[in-house]
Design a protein around this ligand. Structure first.
Ligand code: 5RP
Length: 249
């Protein structure tokens, strides 16, 4: 099991820290919980940006345990908004937020430079928008997400439906093999092309190039604005990587 996939009833909030609940002590590494608690705890009193996916869900559940201590959350998807609501966490409209100290989200792939591929769950556009507003972007991921070169995970590209074929041709010209994500519409009513076969040696340049193709809404490369902090789960606990100068608020 991935370190971050810990059932919500397995944890409790006690004395300012998230701890294993009931018989769960020993079933997972306390370090994992401590690191989630660190991120959640540092958000005290502030507005928190919340990502999407199975890893982000664990963070949402941790926030639920301290909902009285945050001002509210901005969600990066309808799914995360529903989960936040179910936990009684006040939801805020991003347009009403002028300062967001921290955004916490998972990734499909991440490099040691903290550039990421995101969008496996299809929420890449809203994730990039909320991440852009946040002062600190914290990526939480298990060790399997760390790669030397991005691209083994198919690169998601959100596209305006009428531009699908045009964008697909442009992505093929880059050497990729775009595949329409079948039966899927984003929260914004668009389609996703998952681009296979890319070896992304210059993620900043590729992000700029693909974002410039007419009809593309967002490419799931997060390199121009990478994560500031990466909390990477592994068999011995959670390793923390920071970009120079990055700190939790
Ligand atoms: C959703 C995302 C997720 O962060 C990414 O897909 C990782 O998901 P998970 O934590 O379930 O592995 O970008 O659009």
């Amino acid at each position: 099991a991935k370190l971050w996939e810990i059932p919500e009833d397995a944890v409790t909030w006690e004395g300012g820290e998230i701890r294993p609940a009931g018989d769960n002590a020993g079933k997972f590494k306390p370090m994992t919980l401590a690191d989630v608690a660190k991120v959640a705890g540092k958000t005290g009193g502030s507005i928190v940006g919340v990502g999407t996916g199975s890893t982000a869900n664990f963070f949402i559940d941790a926030l639920g345990a301290m909902r009285d201590r945050i001002a509210g959350a901005v969600a990066s998807s309808e799914a995360s908004a529903a989960r936040l609501c179910a936990l009684g966490i006040p939801l805020l409209d991003l347009n009403d937020v002028t300062d967001m100290p921290v955004y916490v989200d998972g990734a499909d792939e991440v490099t040691s430079q903290l550039a990421m591929i995101k969008g496996g769950g299809g929420a890449l556009t809203r994730e990039k928008i909320v991440g852009a507003v946040a002062r600190t972007f914290v990526c939480i991921a298990d060790g399997s997400k760390l790669v030397a070169t991005l691209g083994r995970f198919p690169l998601p590209v959100e596209v305006i439906p009428m531009a699908r074929a045009h964008v697909a041709r442009a992505l093929e010209a880059l050497g990729g093999r775009p595949v329409l994500r079948a039966g899927f519409k984003t929260d914004n009513g668009n389609v996703i092309l998952d681009v296979h076969g890319l070896s992304i040696t210059d993620p900043v340049a590729l992000e700029t190039h693909i974002d410039g193709i007419t009809g593309v809404v967002t490419v799931g490369l997060f390199a121009r604005r990478p994560a500031d902090i990466l909390l990477l789960g592994g068999p011995d606990g959670v390793a923390e990587h920071r970009r120079p100068g990055a700190g939790l608020p």
